[in-house]
Write a protein that binds this ligand. Structure first.
Ligand SMILES: C[S@@+](CC[C@H](N)C(=O)[O-])C[C@H]1O[C@@H](n2cnc3c(N)ncnc32)[C@H](O)[C@@H]1O
Length: 546
């Protein structure tokens, strides 16, 4: 077993954490290798994917389990102890997880409440082969509140009985968890690892029946929280859908804020969420860079739109545009056709398409972010088009009929989907036989793992981007033919700088941080150096067999 403590330079909690870790490891895993690493700079933190100080990993797994994607940081991690030192039980539970018990005994005085709750909850969480027992100094009738609480958790305690510790065969137990708080716990004489999780006795609570029952619930939920660290499986496939939903919600919040900022009616804009696929907010876009976009300015320029296209469009359109290409100009739209834009945002491509398909044609924009659709509605109305429909929905489950559109367009959206195979399948489903795809998107080859795990880079259209070949394979696997890249623009370092905006700066509120005001720019410089040459804007074409 490898136990690592990573902490920030000068972290005031480091000594206390290391000494606690040493004490717990001596007791529960004396032969485990222990390593202490100081993180002296933000650069080092990035390399170690360090979520904050202190970080404890047991066999590479963070004490708190899998972490959501986030930027490494030099700031303190908060724990319930209020001191920045993890609670002892959390460390103990993490070591038990890494070296699981074969037989666990919960001990308290009467074996009627806490230890019975521990036994019931552990039985439910532990794998079937683990022996779970409980006992006390003296057997006593199991409290009715214990039974009620276990029953309400769906745990059948009908087979439970109250036992004296003397009746337990020491050979069956390798781990003992004592739960007494105020009282002296019974002594277990066998050889076993010992943990003490002193919890107040709910049976000692005086008050109404409801207050007493609540005390039992509190003890049960504390035990559940701790035992889940030991036995709860890592998120499995069935949680993937929930994870995808959570990521979509993050992305949607990001773009709601970006469009509000661009529209000039609020939103934190670049520097809080940072940029979108282009800068979040027009005025801070690519102008000033050498990207050659300044004839137009903002993200729209970097995407390659012709400034002349904007002449007829509502003013401010460019400031609420977050695309990375110009798929409409690469399509051959004809009057009367039906066009679907996946992730239409504030609607620039909808307007360009609406003009080309004319009043006899139909343009449908789908986006999951209500604030974006509001902006799109304003833009469509201001431009006076009557052939545009806006639908709220996700591109993984399009609210559009089978085989109903001639063209599927999309501009810098598919990279944001956590479920890309579903998007490709949907795209093929809604196309008419012989219908076409023109999708501009960001592609990324060989990104470092830390960049792939960054939420900021995900929302900025980089971390979720596919390599070109994977994008083509996705289209082909969905049943489309003649999938090709029509154009590719590999971003220069300067372009990436404007594309990615400012990374969220580390906060320095705990005395634990290396309060470097340059942290944001250090992060960005390192990021840009490591991804330059790997990120491109590509426009793809494909066709549904006729
Ligand atoms: C980078 S912006 C591009 C917007 C627009 N295509 C443009 O060129 O300005 C991404 C847009 O896709 C939307 N989006 C991202 N993921 C989505 C999903 N899974 N389903 C529907 N919309 C999504 C966001 O709400 C946002 O409006």
């Amino acid at each position: 077993m490898l136990i690592e403590l990573l902490h920030n330079r000068d972290c005031p909690n480091a000594e206390a954490t290391w000494s606690l870790l040493t004490e717990v490891a001596d007791a529960l895993a004396p032969d485990a290798e222990r390593v202490r690493r100081e993180v002296p700079t933000f650069k080092k933190a990035l390399e170690l994917e360090f979520p904050g100080s202190p970080t404890i990993r047991v066999d590479g797994r963070d004490l708190e389990g899998p972490l959501a994607p986030r930027e490494p940081s030099l700031t303190a991690r908060g724990y319930e102890t209020g001191t920045g030192v993890p609670p002892r039980w959390l460390l103990e539970a993490a070591l038990l997880r890494a070296r699981p018990p074969a037989g666990v005994l919960f001990l308290c005085v009467a074996n009627s409440a806490r230890s019975q709750l521990g036994e019931g909850i552990a039985r439910r969480l532990a794998p079937a082969q683990v022996r779970v027992l409980s006992a006390g100094s003296e057997p006593a009738p199991i409290r009715t509140e214990t039974q009620k609480v276990l029953a309400s958790m769906g745990i059948d305690a009908s087979g439970h009985s109250s036992k004296s510790v003397d009746t337990i065969d020491p050979a069956l137990v390798d781990t003992v968890i004592t739960l007494c708080a105020e009282e002296a716990c019974p002594l277990f004489l066998g050889k076993a690892r010992r943990l003490h999780w002193g919890l107040p006795d709910p049976a000692g609570v005086e008050g109404t029946p409801v207050e007493r029952l609540n005390a039992f619930f509190r003890t049960a939920s504390e035990l559940q929280r701790r035992l889940e660290v030991v036995w709860k499986p890592e998120p499995a496939a069935e949680d993937e859908a929930a994870r995808a939903d959570a990521l979509r919600r993050e992305v949607s919040a990001f773009y709601a804020d970006a469009v509000a900022y661009g529209a000039g009616d609020g939103g934190a804009g670049p520097g809080s969420h940072g940029a979108s696929c282009g800068s979040g907010g027009g005025s801070s876009g690519c102008c000033g860079s050498s990207s050659g976009c300044c004839s137009l300015g903002g993200t729209a320029g970097l995407a390659g739109y012709d400034a002349r296209a904007f002449v007829k469009l509502p003013s401010g359109m460019r400031d609420t545009t977050f695309g990375c290409g110009d798929p409409v100009s690469m399509a051959e739209l004809a009057p009367g056709q039906t066009v679907l834009d996946l992730g239409c945002g504030a609607g620039l491509d909808l307007l360009l398409a609406a003009d080309q398909v004319g009043p006899a044609g139909r343009v449908i924009g789908v986006d999951m972010t209500p604030r974006m659709l509001e902006q799109a509605r304003r833009n469509v109305d201001a431009a006076g088009f009557t052939n545009v429909e806006l639908l709220q929905g996700t591109i993984e489950a399009l609210p559009v009929e089978d085989a109903s559109v001639d063209w599927v367009l999309s501009n810098c959206v598919i990279n944001l989907s956590p479920e890309k195979p579903r998007v490709f399948a949907e795209l093929a489903r809604v196309l008419r036989p012989g219908g076409h795809v023109r999708v501009s998107d960001i592609t990324a080859e060989d990104l470092p793992a830390w960049a792939r795990n960054s939420l900021h880079l995900y929302a900025s259209c980089v971390a979720g981007a596919l390599p070109v070949q994977d994008f083509l394979d996705g289209l082909t696997t969905a049943g489309l033919e003649d999938a090709r890249a029509l154009s590719m623009h590999v971003y220069s370092a300067t372009e990436l700088e404007s594309l990615l905006g400012t990374a969220p700066a580390a906060t320095c509120d705990d005395g634990c941080a290396d309060c470097d005001p340059q942290v944001g720019s250090t992060w960005q410089r390192r990021l840009i150096a490591s991804v330059t040459g790997k990120i491109a804007s590509v426009t793809f074409t494909a066709r549904k067999p006729g």
